[in-house]
Design a protein. Structure first.
Length: 389
């Protein structure tokens, strides 16, 4: 059995390795006797280690990466190899897949996930999120990723060994995979917005405005979809089918905001949601004017009924005036345009800052509710394919 040969080799090599806490198991193939490991790129003695495994008849495939932290969830040389869990479903020459139910105690799950972070464990775009200091402005994103999104991925496959596999666990419920995809889209939109606002030095200002507001508009859209998905899948306050029916398959902005306010006001607060829709509205007007032009944007804005303040909405005249101002930026040919473009760029940066602040407030309000909801709901555990002991 693969468990026998791998456990023996594991015990001998890991116990004698210079830094076992930085090793992560990725895949195992019994038929091919192939083991895939993640090692830091400053690993010493890698060739000797590979030779040792090869002498035992086992191929060692090494995926190199940056040095990793040393969390409690990584390999402990004193712990036995987790053979009972790892090898239940190895079949033939297929790559090992633990796409099945994983058992944790709640304390083990929380401790294990607490070691992960976007800077070391994220994919390339998630690491850019940190490189651009967005995790400092929006720390709630990483906290939500760590608790709610990470167990949807194969990073948890080899508990208690920390995996570097960022792929989705295909056994997880499709609704949770959608939740993860929407959450990821919020992050990518912010990353691309920052790239266009701060790093596109060779682009004309008009291009930065177009791309910046286009991406911020996507963040505003995806964040609303995430809140609706959270209501259905984590809070379980309404079914996803019912939400789609009430919102005309998510196309009706007014009923979407009504659903969000109905279910999340008691959790995040009325003022926070007003601030959220104020930030969304501040983005929607220039975004629609720049992307669609003033006449089409008027129809879009009339349909969306965007909130811009605590207690009132824009009237049609105010909407039209703002749409015309933003649209005129791309038509003015004389020297007066420079002042308008500089003002527009400043507003773009203000929109990004305001949106980050309110999203962080909402995410920090929702994230602490995840573990209690997971522990209380067997249905949520079933969707995650996690069994709490």
């Amino acid at each position: 059995m693969v468990a026998d040969w791998l456990e023996k080799i594991w015990s001998e090599s890991i116990r004698n390795s210079p830094n076992p806490s930085n090793v992560r198991l990725l895949r195992v193939s019994e038929e091919k006797k192939q083991l895939s490991l993640f090692l830091p790129d400053d690993w010493q003695g890698k060739s000797d280690w590979q030779k040792q495994w090869n002498e035992c008849g086992v191929g060692l495939d090494v995926c190199e990466g940056k040095p990793l932290p040393t969390p409690s969830g990584n390999i402990d040389p004193e712990k036995p190899f987790p053979r009972a869990f790892l090898f239940e479903s190895i079949l033939g020459d297929k790559e090992f897949s633990s796409d099945g139910e994983i058992a944790f105690t709640m304390a083990d799950l929380v401790e294990f996930e607490s070691a992960f972070n976007l800077k070391e464990d994220g994919d390339p775009v998630e690491r850019l999120f940190c490189d651009y200091s967005l995790e400092a402005r929006f720390p709630g994103y990483e906290r939500m990723w760590r608790s709610c999104i990470l167990p949807i991925t194969r990073r948890i496959d080899f508990f208690p060994v920390r995996s570097a596999n960022t792929n989705i666990r295909t056994c997880v419920d499709d609704d949770l995979i959608q939740l993860a995809q929407i959450h990821y889209s919020v992050m990518t939109g912010l990353v691309y917005s920052v790239q266009h606002i701060h790093f596109s030095y060779r682009c004309f200002t008009e291009c930065r405005l177009f791309d910046g507001f286009a991406h911020l508009g996507n963040v505003a859209e995806q964040s609303q979809l995430f809140l609706l998905k959270w209501i259905a899948e984590i809070e379980e306050l309404a079914s996803w089918a019912d939400i789609k029916y009430r919102t005309s398959s998510l196309r009706d902005w007014k009923t979407r905001s009504d659903v969000i306010k109905e279910f999340l006001t008691p959790i995040v607060g009325e003022d926070t949601l007003h601030g959220f829709y104020a930030a969304v509205g501040a983005i929607a007007i220039p975004r629609n004017a720049i992307v669609h032009g003033p006449e089409i944007a008027k129809l879009v804005m009339k349909d969306q009924e965007i909130w811009i303040a605590k207690n009132h909405q824009l009237n049609s005249r105010a909407v039209e005036e703002q749409l015309q101002w933003w649209s005129s930026l791309f038509r003015m040919k004389d020297t007066r345009v420079r002042g308008s473009l500089e003002e527009a760029e400043q507003k773009l940066q203000e929109c990004l800052s305001n949106l980050l602040d309110v999203l962080n407030t909402i995410w920090l309000s929702l994230e602490p509710r995840f573990y209690p909801r997971l522990e209380a709901s067997h249905q949520i555990q079933g969707k995650y394919r996690i069994r709490l002991k």
